[in-house]
Design a protein around this ligand. Structure first.
Ligand code: SF4
Length: 380
C-alpha cells in the first residue's frame, strides 16, 4: 500500500561543512520552477490505493520555500491523494529560516510535525559546522512553534563535533529537554568523503574527537533521555510515548514509499528507484509528461535479507524472525540466522526476546561493527 510519501526540497542557504545530502544554493526562480515540476510528479504518481498515512517534506531546507509554494504543494497533494484521518505531515525546519508567519502558514495547511535541525546549542560548535543559525535563534524558533500550539516537534542534535566537550554536549542535551520536544534525534557526526569537512580532517586542520569521547557522549545521551521520559526506539532516535516518527519507522520496517523530487528515492513492489538530481532535467522530463527516474533496481533475495537485518536491527525492538523475507532460493532462514548469531548472542551483543532478535545495549553502541560481523558470518 502506497501510504508513505517523501518529498525532497533540495535548496539550502549554504552548505554545512559535514553535509552529504543532495542540496543546491537557494534561488527563488529555480525554486518556483521546481515546485511546479514537483506538482506534476505528484500528479503522475497518484494512485487509487494511495491513502497517505505520512508525508515527510525533507531536504535541503524545506522551510526556505515561500509560503505560496507550500500552499501550492499542499493543494496539489490534497487534490491528488486521499489523506488518512491520522496523517502525520512533517516538515524539516532549519531554525534560521522559520518565523511566525511561516509557522502560521505551515500549521494552517495541516502540517502537524516539525523536525528542527538544531544540531547544537553551543554557538562555537554551530560555527564549526557551518550552520546558518545561532543557539538563540533555535531557542526562539522552537518557542514560537510552542506558542503557536504545535506540540509534536523533533530536535536533531549532533555529537562528535570537532571541539565539542562532554560538558557542552551535556548542556545541549539539557537545553533540548527543557524545550520538551516530542522527539529527539541524536546523530554522530561521521565525516563523509564528499564533504568539505573531509579534506580538513585529512590535512589536520580540524581534529575529530576521539572514539572514547564519542562513545561516552552517546551513552550519556541514551541514559539522559531515558531518565527524561523518552523511549529509545531506534539507534539515533528517542520519543515520548506514542510519538515515534511514523514515517521513518516505515523505512526501518522496509515498507513501501513514494518519493518525489530531484534525487528522491522510492520503494514500490520490491523495486528501489531514484530520480535524477539534475533539477533542470527533472523539470524538463516532467514537462514532457514522464517520471524523471534514472535508476531502478529490483532487489535480489540477498538484498532483501540484508536490508531486513541492517534496517530492522536499527530498531531497538529488533527484527521479528517470523517476518524474515521469504525467498525462493532461501538465502538464509530463521534457523540459519540463529545458528550464525550464536557467538554474538553468547558475547552479549544480541539477544532474543520471544520472536525478536535485537541488539543489547552493549551491541547498540557498536551497532555497525556487529552488523558487519553478522553479514560476514552469513556470507552477505
Ligand atoms: S541545512 Fe541540512 S541539507 Fe542544508 S547543507 Fe546544512 S545539513 Fe545539508
Amino acid at each position: 500500500m502506497r501510504a508513505f510519501l517523501y518529498i525532497h526540497i533540495p535548496f539550502c542557504v549554504k552548505k554545512c561543512i559535514y553535509c552529504d545530502f543532495f542540496s543546491l544554493p537557494y534561488d527563488e526562480p529555480a525554486v518556483r520552477t521546481y515546485v511546479d515540476a514537483l506538482c506534476k510528479e505528484l500528479n503522475l504518481k497518484k494512485h487509487p490505493d494511495a491513502a497517505l498515512k505520512t508525508i515527510y517534506i525533507g531536504g535541503g531546507t524545506p522551510t526556505l520555500l515561500p509560503a505560496e509554494c507550500f500552499r501550492q504543494l499542499l493543494k496539489c497533494l490534497r487534490s491528488n491523494y486521499h489523506f488518512s484521518s491520522e496523517i502525520e505531515i512533517t516538515v524539516e525546519a532549519n531554525p534560521g529560516t522559520v518565523d511566525k508567519a511561516k509557522i502560521d502558514t505551515l500549521l494552517s495547511l495541516g502540517v502537524n510535525r516539525l523536525s528542527f535541525g538544531v544540531q547544537s546549542f553551543n554557538d562555537s560548535e554551530l560555527m564549526t559546522l557551518g550552520r546558518i543559525h545561532s543557539s538563540d535563534e533555535a531557542l526562539r524558533s522552537i518557542e514560537s512553534i510552542k506558542k503557536a500550539g504545535l506540540k509534536n516537534f523533533s530536535i536533531d542534535l549532533m555529537y562528535g563535533i570537532p571541539g565539542q566537550s562532554m560538558e557542552s554536549w551535556r548542556e545541549s542535551l539539557t537545553k533540548a529537554i527543557e524545550l520538551s520536544p516530542s522527539h529527539i534525534s541524536a546523530y554522530e557526526l561521521t565525516p563523509e568523503e564528499n564533504t568539505p569537512l573531509y579534506p580538513l580532517i585529512q590535512s589536520r586542520k580540524i581534529t575529530m574527537p576521539n572514539e572514547e569521547l564519542i562513545l561516552e557522549m552517546y551513552n550519556y545521551a541514551i541514559d539522559y533521555f531515558a531518565g527524561s521520559g523518552y523511549t529509545h526506539y531506534e539507534i539515533s532516535n528517542f520519543a515520548k510515548p506514542g510519538l515515534q516518527c511514523v514515517h521513518n519507522l516505515n523505512y526501518w520496517d522496509r515498507g513501501e514509499y513514494i518519493g518525489a523530487g530531484a534525487g528522491a528515492h522510492s520503494f514500490i513492489s520490491g523495486i528501489r528507484s531514484m530520480n535524477t538530481k539534475d533539477i533542470n532535467e527533472y523539470a524538463a522530463t516532467l514537462n514532457s509528461g514522464r517520471i524523471p527516474e534514472i535508476q531502478s533496481m529490483k532487489l535480489t533475495p540477498e538484498d532483501e535479507i540484508k536490508e531486513f537485518i541492517f534496517l530492522g536491527l536499527r530498531k531497538i525492538g529488533g527484527i521479528s524472525l517470523n517476518k524474515m523475507p521469504h525467498t525462493t532460493e532461501s538465502v538464509t532462514d530463521k534457523e540459519r540466522l540463529l545458528k550464525v548469531c550464536k557467538d554474538l548472542l553468547d558475547e552479549g551483543y544480541l539477544e532474543l526476546s520471544g520472536d525478536f532478535l535485537r541488539l543489547t545495549r552493549k551491541g547498540i553502541v557498536i551497532s555497525n561493527t556487529i552488523i558487519v560481523r553478522l553479514f560476514g558470518k552469513l556470507g552477505l
